[in-house]
Ligand binder design. Structure first.
Ligand code: PBG
Length: 330
């Protein structure tokens, strides 16, 4: 007989006994409302082309985007993130602010078709629109010129807000762009357009497939002078606090899965909504493993999204959402 004064043994398996107990006691639940669905838009009509090396996203023209978003709504995806894959580029990336570019065109169609039923977020960056592929404009020495890039980014943000973007999401990593964009939006009659800042964006190897999709790989050098160096979590916190101070309404940690510690610290530190971006390379890895039969796709997808949620993400930007919801995987 055991000594009755000793505390009962913690039998933690009790609450794991059945599926019902487990779901009753789950600490984290991924909900469709958290998901943000990325899309890549190109000019034209009826365009629907797979992007080599980018398993989850196609190039679509604005009309096809509307159909895709309608399909997404049927499974509960009501927030979309729109990237442009334009056919014009110039050294300063002025095409990013062209009201006739694929992104403004797509945003107008979404607004006309769905109104407030769909929340449209427009990515703001110059890399797809510059001839050299950097996220800002270059100075005479060929270095990315922070301050000269700010008006270009602000112009793009205003063009997207004019076209109906509900939120704009600067992903360029120039210093001071949140303030510049906030001022420009306010001055141009868009005080209600929110800024989702990619504040903690790392210089990651996991953006590879995306760069094919957007045609945005830099031609010379890399993005190490503006994106955060992977070892630096404290620096990421500084970026996040600075961006909130400048007027960011919500912030992104990117990539997500490789930076769960940063995600956790950011969500503990700031009081704005935090998004985690499960990026293209992370997605491609999971997809390749599933194709090889190394992992079960449904379970792995659920586990990844749960991990991001558990680490503190409010929003989940992911290429997995559509398949996960259609398959009832969550
Ligand atoms: C562009 C941008 C990138 C991503 C989102 N916006 C690529 C980059 O910075 O090189 C990556 C998204 C993904 O990999 O899924 N500034």
């Amino acid at each position: 007989m055991k000594d009755p004064t000793t505390r009962p043994e913690p039998r933690l398996r009790r609450l794991r006994r059945t599926a019902t107990t487990r779901s009753l006691t789950a600490e984290t639940r991924v909900h469709p409302d958290q998901l943000v669905d990325p899309h890549f838009v190109v000019h034209g009509e009826g365009v629907e082309e797979p992007v080599p090396g980018m398993p989850a996203a196609d190039h679509v023209s604005p009309d096809v985007l509307v159909d895709r978003v309608r399909e997404g709504l049927e499974v509960g995806l009501d927030t979309v993130l729109v990237f442009g894959a334009p056919d014009t580029e110039d050294p300063e990336g002025r095409a990013a602010a062209d009201p006739d570019g694929p992104v403004p065109e797509a945003l107008r169609r979404l607004e006309d078709t769905f109104g407030d039923q769909v929340l449209a977020i427009a990515d703001v960056c110059l890399c797809a629109y510059t001839t050299h592929g950097h996220c800002g404009v270059l100075d005479k020495e060929g270095r990315v010129d922070n301050d000269a890039s700010l008006p270009r980014l602000a112009d793009a943000a205003v063009a997207y807000a004019d076209a109906g973007a509900d939120w704009v999401a600067p992903s360029d990593m120039m210093d001071g762009r949140v303030r510049a964009i906030r001022r420009a939006l306010d001055r141009n009659g868009h005080p209600d357009t929110a800024i989702l800042s990619y504040a903690a964006k790392f210089h990651s190897a996991f953006y590879g497939p995306f760069r094919h999709a957007q045609g945005s790989a830099p031609e010379g050098g890399d993005r190490a002078t503006y994106q955060i160096d992977p070892p630096n979590a404290r620096e990421a916190l500084r970026c996040v606090e600075r961006d909130v101070d400048e007027g960011a309404d919500a912030v992104v940690v990117k990539p997500g899965l490789a930076y769960l510690d940063v995600l956790h610290r950011v969500s503990d530190t700031v009081d704005v909504p935090v998004a985690a971006y499960h990026v293209s390379g992370e997605h491609a890895m999971l997809q390749a493993a599933a194709e090889k039969g190394a992992v079960d796709e449904a379970r792995a997808t659920r586990e990844v999204l749960t991990a991001l949620d558990r680490a503190g993400a409010d929003l989940l930007i992911t290429y997995l959402g559509r398949k996960a919801l259609k398959g009832g995987w969550l």
